[in-house]
Design a protein. Structure first.
Ligand code: SF4
Length: 215
């Protein structure tokens, strides 16, 4: 078995002990629109705040049509205190309007179409493709980028290059769940500043590239 696969299996086992990341939790409902909105809410926001705001919002508006019935002020009140809630309220309304007007109320399932929405970058688009539509896509956020470099899987300076490099080494069956696994792992063990390497199940397989101080 390759080291990459060994590491993925060990991290999968370890991540079962941790809370499921907010957008993954939302994706269990099987609705790409809710994955998109939740992902927009999650940017620069803690997971607990994101899931609570998502639940408050989806209680009132589960679809883009429902969302358009709400005022901007109401959306902002429902999603507060997510980071940049004022701007995110606008972005959610604008996306809902376009989904209704241009895509008959269904979130488009193509990368380029998703990237054309305001506020949607590769991270969000890939998460919607993977978790929302179950299409093979690798979502590289700050955790995936950092941990992939520490492990020595990639040597990259941007999430986009990490995504391209990971496509060559991560088995396809792990593409969709890679983000869920590494976000949970990165929030609890391979922490940004001082990772808990002495407790890590992949210690012997990790290059710890760039790790200066660890516990
Ligand atoms: S050994 Fe340290 S740097 Fe490597 S994955 Fe584990 S916690 Fe992260």
């Amino acid at each position: 078995m390759s080291d990459v696969l060994k590491i993925l299996r060990l991290i999968s086992r370890q991540s079962k002990a941790y809370d499921v990341p907010s957008v993954t939790l939302v994706s269990y409902g099987g609705d790409p629109y809710q994955v998109l909105v939740s992902c927009l809410l999650s940017l620069r926001t803690r997971d607990k705040t994101t899931i609570e705001a998502s639940r408050r919002l989806f209680k009132v508006a589960k679809t883009p049509e429902d969302m358009l019935k709400l005022s901007l002020g109401m959306i902002r009140r429902l999603i507060y205190p997510v980071g940049f809630y004022r701007n995110k309220g606008k972005v959610i309304l604008e996306a809902s309007r376009r989904i209704v007007d241009e895509y008959s109320g269904k979130v488009p399932s193509g990368l380029d179409e998703l990237l054309d929405f305001r506020g949607v970058g590769r991270k969000t688009a890939n998460l919607v493709l993977g978790l929302g539509f179950r299409k093979p896509a690798i979502c590289v956020d700050t955790h995936v980028h950092r941990i992939s470099n520490r492990l020595g899987w990639v040597r990259t300076h941007s999430p986009e290059n990490t995504e391209i490099a990971l496509r060559k080494i991560i088995p396809r069956r792990y593409w969709i769940k890679l983000n869920t696994l590494l976000v949970a792992f990165g929030q609890n063990l391979c922490l940004p500043l001082s990772p808990l390497c002495s407790e890590c199940p992949v210690y012997s397989l990790c290059k710890r590239t760039g790790v200066i101080k660890y516990r």
